[in-house]
Design a binder for this molecule. Structure first.
Ligand code: BES
Ligand code: MN
Ligand code: ZN
Length: 509
């Protein structure tokens, strides 16, 4: 476990295994902390950094072993790059520098680290935010899915002690920041863990049990539907996708109610396909294993519900997750089948691999029918084309409600879970017409734009009355390269964004 606390004395006075310092690209080595650190533990520190061409560039990190009497100590210096860029970029550099420090500590096998609290003006945010991001990013960085690795040499420790050394005046804010950061990190790592679990373990029933455990322990209102209730309610999309599998589907509904009267009401809807083989329209063998992460949206939603039960933001939130496997078999749904959804609309299934929109259609219809909502946000690993268009660093955002879209985009910039809008124009809508039903579950070839046409399929189940944002996280939910605080595997994308959005619903930028 990561413990993180704030200290008034400077880093060099702490009896830790490591001392960490963040430096921008002006690379000022004449600061009192730098000087004293060098004087006490490694006098040629400046020369050593020069020798390794360290100049505070983003992504640079150097670890030097110094001595404290007979005790070896690690001096870790991480670069932040330029501190004159837009402030959300600078904050991201802080996260990645913290990720680098975690990797350096991991490599040197040091577990107690005193970190010099960086000047918050660098990042144009308050000390609360800096502390939050440090605790959060470190805890995300040391996450490792190792429960099936039996060789202890291949496991990494996650037991670290971080001391943030800062003037006493800031301690109150920093303490709160640490608390929030660690809670958000817990929720991110929990979502990652569910994604990383093999699909033989994380079945629809198992995932629903996790939601139930959370709801019970935090007194959230919830209900979890099984196959019979789903069927009786007329959720033909969720039934069709699940019918090829021996595992029954679930619909998870969780509700957090704020004490605050008149708080905005928000629904979060996450795609929960615990394994997507494509069904009868089966996927190629290569990388089919990655489709165990096709429940990343549902994981983000369910884990966020636990987080807000802790943090108690002044918003009402209902979390919905339709959960199923998508497998081929003698009972599987077939290309050519026509199904009817919860809201009465019908669709022709032309490709059983376009299954996410079918289960979300039922969940979205349910949300708009049963709750008076100010906003609906759905999150889904929905299309390969989104991942092709935007790659691993931004998810696709689709919306026709500028105000809500801007709210989500602001939270995405602040939180580091970045989103980018795709053109969501009515011109694309005709692509999902069917000659035999209301809708077709794949877009007509000549329109291409697979992410957008998928978005318009979902829109048919939300209608125009409630502001709605669709996030396609197919590219951002797993195997994101180059970001130091991630590893191969799941990212928990969406949890940081939701946390930020729900805690700062009224933030202006
Ligand atoms: N779960 C996939 C989308 C996906 C692809 C997520 C790659 C993450 C990485 C989704 O169910 C799917 O198969 N979509 C199809 C839709 C097509 C048949 C219209 C796709 O993107 O190919
Ligand atoms: Mn699919
Ligand atoms: Zn899928």
């Amino acid at each position: 476990m990561l413990t993180c606390s704030v200290q008034a004395n400077p880093i060099f006075e702490q009896k830790t295994d490591a001392y960490a310092l963040l430096i921008d690209d002006l690379c000022d080595m004449a600061t009192p902390v730098f000087r004293e650190l060098a004087a006490r533990y490694f006098p040629p520190l400046e020369a050593a950094l020069t020798q390794r061409s360290f100049a505070g560039a983003a992504g640079d990190c150097v670890l030097i072993t110094g001595i404290d009497g007979s005790r070896p100590v690690a001096i870790i210096i991480a670069g932040l790059g330029s501190m004159t860029r837009p402030h959300y970029d600078r904050l991201e550099q802080l996260r990645r520098a913290i990720g680098k420090i975690a990797r350096a500590a991991e490599g040197a096998k040091v577990t107690s680290i005193a970190v010099a609290f960086p000047d918050e003006h660098w990042f144009a945010v308050d000390p609360y935010t800096v502390a939050k991001e440090i605790a959060l990013s470190f805890d995300i960085a040391v996450y490792h899915f190792d429960q099936y690795i039996t060789d202890p040499a291949r496991r990494y420790t996650r037991d670290y002690n971080l001391l943030l050394c800062a003037p006493e005046l800031l301690h109150k804010q920093i303490t709160l920041g640490i608390d929030h950061g660690l809670r958000i990190a817990y929720a991110v790592n929990q979502a990652r863990h569910w994604c990383d679990l093999p699909p033989c373990v994380l079945t629809p029933a198992h995932m629903a049990e996790q939601a139930e455990r959370i709801a019970r322990s935090h007194n959230l209102t919830y209900s979890i539907w099984g196959k019979k209730q789903i069927n009786d309610a007329g959720m033909g999309g969720l039934i069709a996708v699940s019918q090829g599998s021996a595992q029954d589907p679930r619909l998870v509904i969780m509700e957090y109610t704020s004490q605050k009267k008149g708080a905005p009401r928000i629904a979060l809807v996450g795609k929960g396909v615990t394994f997507d083989s494509g069904g009868l329209s089966i996927k190629p063998a290569a990388r089919m294993d990655e489709m165990k992460d096709d429940m990343a949206g549902a994981a983000a939603v369910i884990s966020t519900m636990e987080l807000i039960a802790h943090l108690q933001p002044e918003v009402h939130v209902v979390g919905l997750a339709p959960i199923t496997e998508n497998l081929p078999s003698g009972t599987a749904c077939k290309p050519g089948d026509i199904i009817q959804f919860y809201n009465g609309k019908t669709a022709e299934i032309k490709n059983t691999d376009a299954e996410g929109r079918l289960i979300l259609a039922d969940a979205l219809s349910y949300a708009v029918k049963h709750y008076e909502l100010d906003a609906i946000i759905n999150i889904a690993t929905l299309t390969g084309s989104c991942s092709a268009a935007l790659g691993p660093f931004f998810c696709g955002l689709m919306s026709q409600h500028q105000e809500l879209a801007d709210r989500v985009l602001r939270a995405s910039r602040r939180s580091g879970d970045r989103a980018w809008p795709l053109p969501f124009h009515d011109d694309y809508k005709v692509a999902i017409r069917s000659t035999v039903a209301d809708l077709c579950n794949i877009g007509n070839d000549s329109y291409r734009a697979g992410s957008i046409t998928a978005g318009f399929f979902l829109q048919a189940f939300v209608g125009g009355a409630v502001p709605w944002v669709h996030l396609d996280v197919a590219g951002t939910s797993f195997n994101v390269p180059d970001i130091s605080y991630y590893r191969p595997g799941a990212t928990g994308f969406g949890v940081r964004l939701f946390a930020d959005m729900l805690l700062n619903w009224h933030a202006a930028y």
